[in-house]
Design a binder for this molecule. Structure first.
Ligand SMILES: *[C@@H]1O[C@H](CO)[C@@H](O)[C@H](O)[C@H]1NC(C)=O
Ligand SMILES: *[C@@H]1O[C@H](CO)[C@@H](O)[C@H](O)[C@H]1NC(C)=O
Length: 217
């Protein structure tokens, strides 16, 4: 009995080794320049994504597009050994949709349109470097089940998404999430020389706020 379970265990371990994903440094250094350029654009998000929109303006997004630090932290707890690269791929998938939806609601002459299209261009630049700096097989790798379900929902055709799965979110709050999760998932590019910062901690982003209890953004 002991022998059997040991060999099953060994076999499992061996299979696990064979099937284990290609692991690499999560963020190639080449991504840091375009990420910082994107970060520069994001620093103007309040001006362009809040002030030029009606008060309490929201857009309809997939519930999975409300992608916050807490979602990342939850996924890390739920999926054992979750590869950072999987989260990074998901981040690109989510935010591609977010940017598209923000741009879609803006008329051609909207004062924030040039900002939003530039943001999207810079996002594409980062994505281009991301794709180039990893082997193609990596993008064919099967995703953990939980992540695959999120992915499937994100890519579901709009008319097949049940009404209860849509969320209303302000453009500014979507870009806040975009920015915070970027710092968390690509922290090597944003690491400061001072005390170690945990960009994935929700509290890190709260402490800078003037009115933490205000239900703003
Ligand atoms: C990212 O942008 C913020 C402003 O939103 C700035 O304080 C920070 O220094 C930038 N980080 C890098 C690494 O460029
Ligand atoms: C995917 O969408 C379905 C239907 O809207 C929902 O019930 C389910 O919870 C979603 N799954 C995930 C992982 O978000």
């Amino acid at each position: 009995m002991v022998q059997l379970s040991t060999s099953v265990y060994l076999l499992g371990g061996l299979l696990g080794l064979l099937l284990s994903p290609v692991r690499m440094a999560p963020t190639p250094a080449s991504m840091c320049t375009p990420l910082k350029t994107l970060n520069d654009s994001l620093s103007h998000r309040r001006r362009y994504m809040k002030h030029n929109f009606p008060i309490a303006y929201t857009i309809k997004v997939h519930q999975e597009e409300v992608f916050k630090l807490s979602n990342i932290n939850r996924m890390r707890l739920q999926v054992e050994g979750l590869d950072e690269l999987v989260l990074q791929r998901l981040w690109f998938q989510v935010n591609q949709g977010v940017l598209k939806k923000i741009i879609q609601v803006m008329p051609e002459r909207h004062p924030s349109r040039p900002y939003a299209t530039e943001l999207e261009r810079r996002f594409r630049d980062v994505e281009g470097v991301f794709v180039q700096s990893h082997p193609a097989e990596l993008f064919q790798q099967e995703l953990p089940e939980t992540i695959q379900e999120i992915w499937d929902n994100l890519t579901e055709e709009s008319d097949r998404v049940p009404e209860s799965s849509w969320r209303l979110a302000s453009p500014k709050s979507l870009l806040d999430n975009f920015c915070h999760t970027m710092h968390c998932l690509f922290s090597e590019c944003f690491a400061s020389t001072e005390a170690q910062q945990d960009y994935c901690a929700v509290s890190h982003w709260r402490k800078g706020r003037k009115k933490p209890s205000h239900p703003e953004s």
